[in-house]
Design a binder for this molecule. Sequence first.
Ligand code: PBG
Length: 339
Amino acid sequence: MVQETHLSTEHLVQPLFLVSKENSREPVKALPNTYRLGLQETLKEVEDSLNLGITNFILFPVVPDQYKDKFATYGYDEDNFYLKIAAEVKRRFPETCLISDVAMDPYSTDGHDGLVRDGKIINDETLPILAKMAVAQAAAGFDLLGPSDMMDGRVGYMREALDAAGYMDTGIMAYTAKYASAFYGPFRHALDSAPRGGDKKTYQMDPANQREALIEAALDIEEGADFIMVKPALNYLDVINLLKTNTETPVAAYHVSGECAMLIAAAEKGWLDLDQAVQETLMCLRRAGSDVIITYFTKHYARLMKHGHLPEEHKEPKTHARSKRTSTSMPAFIKNYKI
Ligand code: PBG
């Protein structure tokens, strides 16, 4: 009756890693139960997710080395498999909300989100490249574009390019306060997108800073962002709350790969109950002020909601995947754990 915060599947966004090989479904090593999917497997995955009530997806490309160059030109190439898969998903399932990734790193031989010259990231020369990517993604049918690059001025630059190309209905979910974090490890592994030299500290935020997030938020909102994101999520609950209480723009939290991986790893060791930990974590992200949560546990949570999490004796043995579990058989439950 007095519960202050609510969480449901509609608040969640499911990340999907896409590969060019049509029938591929390869597990991501450092993130159990996450896969790199080809076109056919992506369509299956989206259909399966829709049946669980998941409608929001954020898509990332795993780009083969031969397509990478210094200027990330494959990012807006008309043969780009990522854009083609997105277009096909949207054609088959128009009810989905598809969010893109706008940044150079998946396509760049330098592995950086911006253009590199003499070991430095060149902010302003990166903007036209990001704008070209943005227009190509809008043309493919993405509903929201997700600039994750942290270059200054990119939201306004993209907004102008989108409007000029006739895509005024395509929204922008800006990575507003994206911190230079150790928790992106499994993701970079999944995409093979780690920086080839240096680090991302000249453009991603310093974990020591909170107030700076307000400056970033003011700029992104002024430039036309429809959502402002905080990333990672758990170590930055104060930042989520700060942006929620100081702006009217919807706040998204990115519960990143390393944050999800550490829960799974602890559960695999039998040190905590994953179902409970996932529900508590996501609820706390909502309580802190997240309107939307991007998490690798979206499907896990949707399954829990759909099949219920009643006491064991009330569970339908045939409809519940973990019906064999008893309160003391944690390892068996972990073995049966599938998202
Ligand atoms: C980069 C990008 C990163 C993530 C999303 N987009 C990693 C990085 O900045 O190196 C990380 C997401 C995650 O760890 O789940 N454009």
